[in-house]
Write a protein that binds this ligand. Structure first.
Ligand SMILES: [Zn+2]
Length: 357
C-alpha cells in the first residue's frame, strides 16, 4: 500500500459520509418535489383543458368547440331591413331545423360570428378620396426614354412598376423625337395608402372593396376547431339582392361558417344547362338559384346534429363536404390561387383591387 492510498483510505470514511449525506439530501429533494402540488395541479389543468376546450370532441370534422354561438350584426344602417331580416330568418331556420345549433345575439365585437354590411359605394368613395390625396401629396414620377415612336406603355408588364408595391396613376410623353421619346410615368406607393378611413367600415383591407366582390365569409381555425367567423355583405350600387322565398345566400354563408364546403358543380351544357339539377338545388351549390334553392338539405341537418350533440344523434354522410381552411367565398365566387381572396372564376389572382388570371 503506498502512501497516497493510505492517505485516501484514511479519509475515506469522511468522504463516504459526505457523499451518502448529499445523495440522501438529493433523493429527499427529488422525492419531495415529486409530491409537491405543482405537477398534480398542472395535470389537473391539462385534463380540465381537454374537457373544456372542445365540447364536441367526438368528431374530427371542422367544427366550433362550443354552442350556442354569439353573433353581432354590425353596421345595421348599411344593411337595411331587407338584408337584416333575411339574415335573421336564416339563423332562425337553422336553429329550428337542427337540435343543437343555437345563436345568441350579442352587442360585443368579440362575438363568435360577426355579420357586417358594407356600403361598397361609400367605401369606394373614401378610397378614391385617399388616392386623390396621395396624388397631391405623395405622387412619384419617373422618366423613361425609348428610342422609337411609342404609342402606349404598359408599366407593369414592361417591369417599370411592381404591381404589389406601386399603383400606376398616369403616363405621358414629355419629349417626342423620332430618335428619342421620353415618357413620364407617375405612381403612388401602395404602402402610402392610409388604412385609417377603412377602419370605420370594419373591413380589413382596401382590396375588400373591389366592386367585383359582393361578399364573403371568412373564418379563423385552429386545427379542426373554428374559433371565429365573419360574413361581409357588400351592398352593391343597385341595392341588396335576396331570394324572396328562402334565405338561400344567407343560409349558404352560415353553413360555410359552420364548416361546410361547396358541392361539386355538374356538367354545364351550353344549350341545355346543367345536366343534373340535384346538385344545383343543394344549398351549398356555389351559384345562387333562388327558384331551385329553397331548403337546407337533410344531410346538413343530420351532420350538424351529429357534431353538436357530440355524437348522440344524426350522422355526417360522405355527401357532406367540409372546408379545409382559408377563405370562404360568396355565392358564385372562388378562392384565388393563394386562397386569400375571392374572384368570379377559379384560379385567378387578386392584384390592386382586380381579379386577374
Ligand atoms: Zn360558398
Amino acid at each position: 500500500m503506498n502512501k497516497k492510498s493510505k492517505k485516501f483510505t484514511k479519509k475515506h470514511p469522511v468522504w463516504t459520509g459526505i457523499i451518502i449525506f448529499l445523495v440522501f439530501v438529493f433523493i429527499i429533494n427529488l422525492f419531495s418535489s415529486n409530491n409537491q402540488e405543482q405537477p398534480k395541479e398542472n395535470k389537473l389543468i391539462k385534463e380540465l383543458k381537454i374537457s373544456t376546450e372542445d365540447d364536441f370532441s367526438m368528431t374530427n370534422k371542422l367544427h366550433w368547440d362550443h354552442m350556442p354561438l354569439t353573433y353581432i350584426i354590425k353596421d345595421n344602417a348599411n344593411c337595411g331591413d331587407l338584408q337584416i331580416n333575411k339574415m335573421l330568418e336564416a339563423l332562425e331556420i337553422l336553429e329550428n331545423k337542427t337540435s343543437y345549433v343555437k345563436f345568441i345575439k350579442s352587442n360585443s365585437s368579440s362575438a363568435d360570428l360577426i355579420i357586417q354590411c358594407v356600403d361598397v359605394g361609400a367605401v369606394q368613395e373614401s378610397y378614391f378620396e385617399e388616392i386623390e390625396r396621395l396624388k397631391k401629396d405623395k405622387l412619384n414620377c419617373i422618366e423613361k426614354s425609348y428610342n422609337y415612336k411609342k404609342d402606349s406603355i404598359s408599366t407593369y408588364t414592361e417591369g417599370i412598376l411592381n404591381k404589389s408595391e406601386q399603383l400606376f396613376i398616369n403616363a405621358s410623353k414629355k419629349k417626342y423625337l423620332d430618335s428619342n421619346t421620353i415618357w413620364v410615368i407617375c405612381y403612388i406607393n401602395i404602402s402610402d395608402i392610409s388604412y385609417e378611413n377603412i377602419e370605420n367600415y370594419g373591413i380589413d383591407d382596401w382590396k375588400d372593396i373591389s366592386n367585383t366582390v359582393l361578399g364573403d365569409a371568412r373564418q379563423i381555425t385552429e386545427g379542426n376547431i373554428i374559433t371565429g367567423g365573419k360574413i361581409n355583405l357588400y351592398k352593391p350600387e343597385n341595392g341588396w339582392s335576396v331570394c324572396t322565398d328562402f334565405p338561400a345566400k344567407e343560409m349558404h354563408e352560415l353553413l360555410h361558417i359552420l364548416g361546410f364546403g361547396h358541392v361539386e358543380e355538374p356538367y354545364f351544357d351550353p344549350y341545355y344547362g346543367y345536366v343534373d339539377l340535384e346538385p344545383v338545388k343543394d344549398i351549398m351549390f356555389p351559384y345562387s338559384y333562388c327558384t331551385l334553392q329553397k331548403t337546407i338539405q337533410q344531410k346538413y341537418i343530420s351532420c350538424l346534429n351529429y357534431i353538436y350533440s357530440n355524437g348522440k344523434i344524426g350522422f355526417c354522410s360522405e355527401e357532406v363536404n367540409f372546408l379545409n381552411s382559408g377563405i370562404l367565398c360568396f355565392y358564385g365566387w372562388y378562392p384565388t390561387r393563394d386562397n386569400q381572396d375571392c374572384c368570379p372564376e377559379p384560379n385567378m389572382e387578386f392584384v390592386n383591387g382586380y381579379c386577374r388570371y
